[in-house]
Design a protein around this ligand. Sequence first.
Ligand code: FAD
Length: 469
Amino acid sequence: MFPTTLYGSQETQSLSLMRVKKGISHTCQWDVKKLCFEYDTDPYYQALDTKVKDYASIVGIEVFSPVSHTLFNPADVIQKNGGRPPLSYQSFVKLAGQPSWASSPLSVTISSLPPVGDVGGCEISEVPTIKELGYGDIEQDEFSPFRGGESEALKRLKESINNKEWVAAFEKPKGDPSAFLKPATTTLSPYLKFGCLSSRYFYQCLQDVYRNVKRHTSPPVSLVGQLLWRDFFYTVAFGTPNFDRMTGNRICKQIPWNDNDELLVAWRDARTGYPWIDAIMIQLYKWGWMHHLARHSVACFLTRGDLFVHWEKGRDVFERLLIDSDWAINNGNWLWLSCSSFFYQYNRIYSPISFGKKYDPNGDYIKHFLPILKDMPKEYIYEPWTAPLSVQTKAKCIIGKDYPKPVVPHDSASKESRRKMAEAYSLNQKLNGKVSEEDLKKLRRKLEEDSEDTKQEVKTKRMRQKLIC
Ligand code: FAD
């Protein structure tokens, strides 16, 4: 007999949900009485779940849809804050308090699902192939180091938490973004994203470690602090209409980003001419994962740092290629890095040259992910265009032929970006955030004219100097 309860576990989130929803049409045939699936806060799944719940209510099926993907229920935190999501990490942590389930003993036994039984005439869909998922066009010469599944997730979690001193001393953002043989963080994000690992179980394991050490770090830098960042973005995303776009998003600054596809493609295809940036983008292609600060570097470079391309375009590239791609976290971090929300110090720009060098002066990370530069001496590895031609020839890498020249000069491009951000911020302040399309168009025009004027000024200055000489 087919069971009278349908279960949807987070582990096989979308597939099981698809099956559950498909199963609805068989509810009469199978006499389904109860439908269980995990509550999902993403708008896409919210809409889908509403349809399922509406149908279930019409046909008299009880629905059980608990929140368990996050530490807290985002709706509860929003309610505690008077109906609006808290917009700073500190206020979120204060409001959230301790999770209600935190003092329950660690659950180590994994309950099994009841047997499926006879499915009658229902066709069970196969797991889609990589090609069917739209990723068939990606050639891979180095496979992602992430194996899927709950057993793998638990094994990796155990490896991390067994090192009690490491857990107790964990302090982000202090890790090394260029460490790839042994990454500086847990690398558990893909498992959390797909529900192979419960964030609540992870949290309890961390608390267990903290109880058994003398001293440990605290949020926001500790490992528990990282899980709270995750919950923070889930909560704000859940309570903010149009969280994933600039227009109509009340917490997002309106900024006149470029519509320059050439720059976007150079960034996306790891051809910016800045080895640190390009190596990170190659790691994204090959692994689907990069260290948090590496993500910072490329997101800042694309947006308010150098290229001034819209954060939504970078977000789309990450969404497609990250193995841990997560709607709330990805959008939240792009808003942050582009100084569109949460973080507003747009003068603080990551250098595509000196930032990586600080961690990896020999450029081992670059040489691994960009083997075309493997023979470039370390003096030039972060700025290969400055290497004399004889050095480039010896390294078998001619800049402009084998590897691109920089798409923009960092010094002037970042200066220009700061100027644009300053103008955009002042417009947002003047109009109290109510910046229209037309206002942005006008600002874009003004910025272009100003930049033309600056160019003209430089030209005139040069001509005058020539005349004097
Ligand atoms: P650890 O440092 O070991 O942290 C443990 C867990 O805490 C992570 O697995 C993750 O679930 C959570 N966490 C850590 N940092 C953050 C953070 N800043 N925000 C929210 N949760 C966090 N993370 C994703 O999981 N999915 C994404 O789509 C994603 N997109 C990002 C886009 C940009 C532009 C940036 C700057 C960051 C993004 N992050 C994303 C956040 C962060 O970079 C990753 O969660 C982290 O690097 C994953 O590695 P880890 O599991 O070793 O993290």
